[in-house]
Design a binder for this molecule. Sequence first.
Ligand SMILES: NC(=O)c1ccc[n+]([C@@H]2O[C@H](COP(=O)([O-])OP(=O)(O)OC[C@H]3O[C@@H](n4cnc5c(N)ncnc54)[C@H](O)[C@@H]3O)[C@@H](O)[C@H]2O)c1
Ligand SMILES: CC(C)=CCC/C(C)=C/C=C/C(C)=C/C=C/C(C)=C/C=C/C=C(C)/C=C/C=C(C)/C=C/C=C(\C)CCC=C(C)C
Length: 499
Amino acid sequence: MNYELFDVIVIGSGIGGLVTATQLAAKGAKVLVLERYLIPGGSAGYFQHQGYTFDVGASMIFGLGNKGTTNLLTHALEAVNLHIESITDPVQIHYHLPNGLNLKVDRDYEKFLQNLIAYFPNEEKGIRSFYDECQKVFNSLNSIELLSLEELGYVLRVFFQHPLACLGLAKYLPQNAGDVARRYIKDPLLLKFIDIECYCWSVVPANMTPMINAGMVFSDRHYGGVNYPKGGVGQIAQKLVEGLEKAGGQIQYQARVTKILTEQGRAIGVQLANGKVYHGKRIVSNATRWDTFEKLLPADKIPANEKNWQQQYKKSPSFLSLHIGVKAYVLPAVTECHHILLEDWQNMELARGTIFVSIPTLLDPDLAPTGYHIIHAFTPDWITDWQGLTPTEYAEKKEQAAGEIIDRLEQIFPGLDAGLDYMEVGTPLTHRRFLGRVDGTYGPIPKRKLWGLLAMPFNRTAIPNLYCVGDSTFPGQGLNAVAFSGFACAHRIAVDLGL
Ligand SMILES: NC(=O)c1ccc[n+]([C@@H]2O[C@H](COP(=O)([O-])OP(=O)(O)OC[C@H]3O[C@@H](n4cnc5c(N)ncnc54)[C@H](O)[C@@H]3O)[C@@H](O)[C@H]2O)c1
Ligand SMILES: CC(C)=CCC/C(C)=C/C=C/C(C)=C/C=C/C(C)=C/C=C/C=C(C)/C=C/C=C(C)/C=C/C=C(\C)CCC=C(C)C
């Protein structure tokens, strides 16, 4: 062989890809990460303009806590001897909902329950039973080491160490949060609230949201908490890259993979847009499954199990994102970092129905010039609405859509329009362009009600030596979720390579 052979080549430096890469580099593997963009992080990237540091995606970060086993971002950094300073958020979300439901999810569990019970006193028992059951899922997860469920040795080991936790998890794997909620709760308005509690991170209502994931989100926010990385979300990826390089791994930017190379049906390497070829014993794709199997591999040879997966999952919408700089006086004296705004329950799942807001400068003022704040407002939106326009039509549509969002946000931040200092509008096309995600999608969502997480694929694929990692693998969207997928992927590969 007269070419350099890597143990592992990772396509993409999203958090899933970087956790896989750092884990393997720390175990001594020779790792190469190839990233098409200028910086690492993907949806957890950042960009800077006029003194503002904007997070590309969500600013609500789970997994940076300092206890237990589920704080996977902390564990991933520790594995390469790094740590991130973070700022604890006292309130996960401030909801502004129809029917006058104006409610804060306090970090303190009992305080949150009291806030909710104040609106639904007759449902106190149901509320406690539902959220307590979520805690059971979380406690099981948080008591075991989290590695690859595709590795029998690990599964047997955790089962013998923690049989009750494993049986508990096995019981919840096929369940959805909406079904559990309906066992305890009857009030239709309260069930709508449970729907938006799920929708705002899973992009589907409770009856389609896996119970394992609901257990994680609804409990970890009161345990490890939501913690904002000092310097912005982009710090997480940058630190992981620092750790990767210290551990002997390599990363290349502006290195767009256009082809996964195969020989006798096995993945053996990749080819870049500039024609360069790299060979690896194992190839990991952090691109979405659709991009992996329809663009990087021949679309006419898509494996049967991928076709089957596509029958069960579809692409979630992308987002319309407003990255705004505002004068500090716009924010009322007591303002929380994260908000959800919905005026009509009928619109919850519609494009531009639910508005998500994050104001990360409330936690880290250094992200904006003195006297200013960042407001990142985003709302689900479909790429189809933005295609086929002339450049003028596209610019006008952006301006109009942004104007509508700002008008609606005036309900929470009166004077927002007048206090604008800076604004950039990203559309689903922007997400597709910068993140390389098909249709700019946020990730896969069930086409219809499925059995919890059972149909979500793990890391191995039908193509020997090719693995997937990130939000189109178990357990789905979310930084902490893709960090899990990275740990699992690296563990499976380490066993396969005999590391
Ligand atoms: N991810 C990052 O790191 C990063 C960096 C800088 C900016 N941004 C985001 O990018 C946004 C602005 O970026 P931009 O202005 O370069 O991109 P944009 O949003 O204007 O355009 C994105 C895509 O739309 C296409 N497009 C433009 N006009 C079109 C039309 N008429 N029909 C069809 N497609 C059309 C472009 O070719 C491009 O692929 C910002 O608001 C910010 O959110 C992200
Ligand atoms: C042996 C036997 C019998 C058995 C076995 C069983 C077992 C062991 C099992 C296991 C399992 C596991 C491990 C699992 C795991 C899981 C996990 C880790 C999960 C995770 C999850 C997470 C999540 C879901 C998260 C998410 C988050 C998100 C998405 C977020 C988002 C956010 C956003 C969008 C923003 C919002 C905003 C505002 C509001 C402003």
